[in-house]
Design a protein around this ligand. Structure first.
Ligand code: UDP
Length: 480
């Protein structure tokens, strides 16, 4: 097997001024000041980010846009992705589940696993030590990269570790995860978590920060899109039935500002034709991961249409092409189990459920398709069993969609029940889930109101601008 190696993701520099349309020129000035101070503190040192995938999932999504704005603000930042083989990612996915307080595949996280984990990271280290200079600042993201900390600290870098996941309550799984990762964090400068509830007891004596994840309002994923374009993209990709018209092409704007077309098709498991434009579509967008409970979403939807005959909605479960997400080896098996559950349904019900895998070759095109799907959705659901912080929830809220989501993890900070969406106290309660869908299907007023308030909530708390402000405070704490 080949050696694991580091790849650098090339980053643009994005102008931060455009945020004035969202947060006012005062808000932009304040952040520009903070960033200027932070870049002064850096004294020519580089601020590195290291994670384990450049696409698919929330972390890659955020790094892509935020680091571009950070550069636009004059902060010298670069992004590296570590390499690993299947055995490494099996272990890190197991860790991911454990940090969520979940069993995952139940495999051990013991000395045998530690040997594979450390051996993989060790293959990455020589390259890192060439790129990263003593004195540089390194932010390691998530458990995959945590084990790099000791070598980088020894090298003279200021190392921070950020966990994008966490559990509401500690249990034997989180203990296992922390036993594995804890030893690597002894000499880091600080840790960063998405909620204060995620900071484990043993780290409370060390410096830590809470930073709320955010979305980029100008990215292909969230940029404004008129209804005709939405329709054109959905028809082109095959998600909805309809005539492709020359009237409006399936277009979007790339991150560098250039116009582009959606040319790929989605890979859809379905029976019969797609839903029409007028058919209300209930949507969940997620990686194919058991913690997103795709089969539970199907069961809740089936419950809805069996109980409430007047509902004519369809359901779309939307995820990335399973071969594409480097650090998520479970995708194929989960999608197969979803297809298995779907096949067991009676045909009339099956015809109303669409299992959509989106092309991932072009990350920005993929994002534009997700954007169109989210804007078209009558209701967006996120029935996660665990969730560090659900970016898909924020994305839906920003688009003014009514959201039904589990009251787990960060989602509890994102939505106040009844104000910015509907929360499910028990994520396993499929009847309550279907009742929330019924309520929103019948009460257009409520659906609209929740959507409007959701957009405002995101403007206040969950945009990249606010995120950068919090990062600037972290950099500020590092001695010059
Ligand atoms: N996503 C995507 N394409 C897909 C499925 C998901 O771009 O086919 C994105 C989604 O829009 C969101 C991110 O992946 O930005 C998922 O982040 P989230 O925090 O919801 O969950 P995670 O995958 O990090 O557990």
């Amino acid at each position: 097997s080949s050696m694991s190696s580091i790849t650098e993701v090339s980053l643009r520099s994005a102008p931060f001024d455009c945020f004035s349309s969202l947060i006012g020129s005062g808000g932009v000035r304040e952040i520009a000041e903070l960033a200027k101070r932070a870049s002064g503190q850096l004294h020519g040192r580089t601020w590195w980010h290291i994670n384990s995938t450049s696409r698919g999932g929330g972390v890659a999504e955020m790094l892509q846009s935020q680091l571009a704005y950070a550069r636009g603000l004059g902060i010298h930042t670069r992004w590296l992705v570590l390499g690993g083989r299947a055995d490494f990612f099996k272990i890190t996915k197991r860790m991911h589940h454990a940090f969520h307080g979940a069993l995952g595949d139940g495999s051990d996280l013991g000395e045998k696993e530690r040997i594979i984990y450390e051996a993989t990271l060790k293959e990455n280290i020589p390259q890192l030590l060439v790129l990263i200079k003593p004195g540089d600042i390194v932010l390691l993201h998530d458990p995959q990269s945590a084990g790099l900390a000791p070598a980088l600290v020894k090298h003279g870098a200021t190392v921070l570790w950020r966990s994008h996941i966490g559990a509401d309550v500690v249990n034997e799984h989180t203990d296992l995860a922390w036993d594995f990762v804890g030893p690597y964090l002894r000499h880091v400068f600080a840790t960063v978590f998405s909620r204060k509830e995620y900071i484990p007891e043993f780290l409370k004596s060390q410096r830590s920060f809470v930073i709320t994840p955010s979305i980029d309002a100008f990215s292909p994923k969230n940029q404004d899109m008129d209804e005709k374009t939405v329709k054109s993209i959905l028809v082109h990709t095959g998600l909805i039935r309809g005539e492709a018209t020359a009237e409006v092409l399936p277009h979007f704007t790339r991150e560098d500002g250039t116009p582009a077309l959606v040319t790929s098709k989605a890979d859809i498991v379905r029976e019969g034709a797609g839903p029409g434009w007028e058919t209300p579509l209930i949507v969940q967008v997620s990686r194919w991961d058991p913690l997103k409970d795709p089969v539970g979403v199907i069961r809740g939807f089936v419950n809805l249409i069996l109980r409430v005959v007047s509902v004519d909605a369809h359901l779309a479960l939307v995820g990335p092409d399973v071969t594409s997400v480097a650090d998520d080896p479970e995708g194929r098996a989960v999608l197969d189990s979803v297809i298995g559950a779907w096949k067991l349904l009676p045909s009339p019900i099956r015809q109303r459920i669409h299992l959509v895998s989106l092309p991932m070759e072009d990350r920005e095109e993929n994002a534009a398709i997700v954007n169109a799907i989210q804007r078209h959705a009558a209701i967006i659901v996120q029935k996660s069993l665990k969730e560090g912080f659900g970016l898909t929830v924020t994305e839906a809220m920003w688009k003014g969609r009514p959201v039904v989501a589990s009251a787990v993890g960060g989602i509890q900070d994102q939505i106040v029940h009844g104000q910015h969406g509907l929360l499910l106290t028990d994520p396993h309660d499929e009847l309550a889930f279907s009742e929330a869908l019924e309520k929103l299907s019948h009460d257009q007023c409520l659906a609209t109101q929740l959507g409007v308030q959701a957009t405002e909530r995101v403007r206040d708390l969950f945009l990249a601008s606010y995120h950068l402000k919090q990062y600037a405070r972290v950099l500020d704490a590092i001695d010059s």
